[in-house]
Design a protein around this ligand. Structure first.
Ligand code: ATP
Ligand code: MG
Length: 216
């Protein structure tokens, strides 16, 4: 059972879902989630590491190690949770299917917010069933250095649920998981770019030392 399940039954729950490969989870993810919590008055954030992601196979690190790194990174935050939903589900994970699955176990008065960075939201038309996705949640698009949300309205122009996409300004952090993998492979380390427990797990497991499996 996900620990998060114990709050499913709360009335009028406003929950943010932060999806990602988290290979590894870094401060950009954490700042984005925390900003969403405050800016949108959310009750909780559920981190949802991908299992067999549609875009990144087969290069990603094992789901178990990614899940462990997320668990360590969020442990001290009272309103951050992690879910095994996509990891434990066989097959490919599509966000709309995940949100529909979550809706199935939540109360009808719960509100879902799916949190993405600017890069991901600009690719929305490549997602499976974007209209269905927007019928299931509000999509929060966080600013991210290097990605221009100025073209978001033209990207969204064909969709009917335009009002379900909202932009969130956050303190810009030009950090990415690929950059961290490259730094670790090059022996530069990742202190302060990830939480200390995650850095220790990276060091202890030796993940990313060989650049071939997880290179971008
Ligand atoms: P990779 O380099 O492997 O693609 P990543 O840093 O982009 O990794 P993901 O796991 O792909 O991390 O991203 C999960 C979500 O977090 C995506 O919606 C992504 O846009 C967002 N995100 C990641 N890093 C940042 C950041 N620095 N600022 C804002 N959003 C971010
Ligand atoms: Mg990414």
């Amino acid at each position: 059972m996900d620990p998060f399940e114990r709050i499913w039954d709360r009335p009028r729950l406003r929950v943010g879902i932060m999806g990602g490969t988290f290979d590894p989870i870094h401060i950009g993810h954490l700042v984005t989630a925390d900003e969403a919590l405050h800016q949108f008055g959310l009750d909780d954030i559920l981190f949802m590491p991908t299992g067999t992601g549609p875009h990144k196979q087969p290069q990603v690190t094992s789901a178990e190690l990614r899940y462990l790194m997320v668990s360590v990174a969020i442990a001290s935050h009272p309103r951050f949770w992690v879910s095994r939903y996509e990891i434990d589900r066989p097959g490919i994970d599509y966000t709309a299917d995940t949100l529909a699955g979550l809706r199935g176990v939540m109360r009808d008065d719960a509100e879902l917010f799916f949190i993405t960075g600017a890069d991901a939201v600009l690719d929305i038309l490549k997602w499976k069933e974007p209209e269905r996705l927007l019928s299931l949640c509000t999509l929060i698009a966080a600013t991210r250095p290097g990605y221009d949300l100025g073209r978001l309205s033209s990207v969204l122009s064909g969709l009917t649920h335009l009002d379900r996409v909202v932009v969130m300004e956050i303190p810009g952090l030009a950090v990415s998981s690929s950059m961290i993998r490259q730094r670790v492979a090059a022996g530069k380390g990742c202190r302060y770019l990830v939480l200390e427990g995650v850095r220790q797990l990276i060091e202890k497991s030796g993940v990313y030392c060989d650049p071939s499996p997880a290179a971008p």
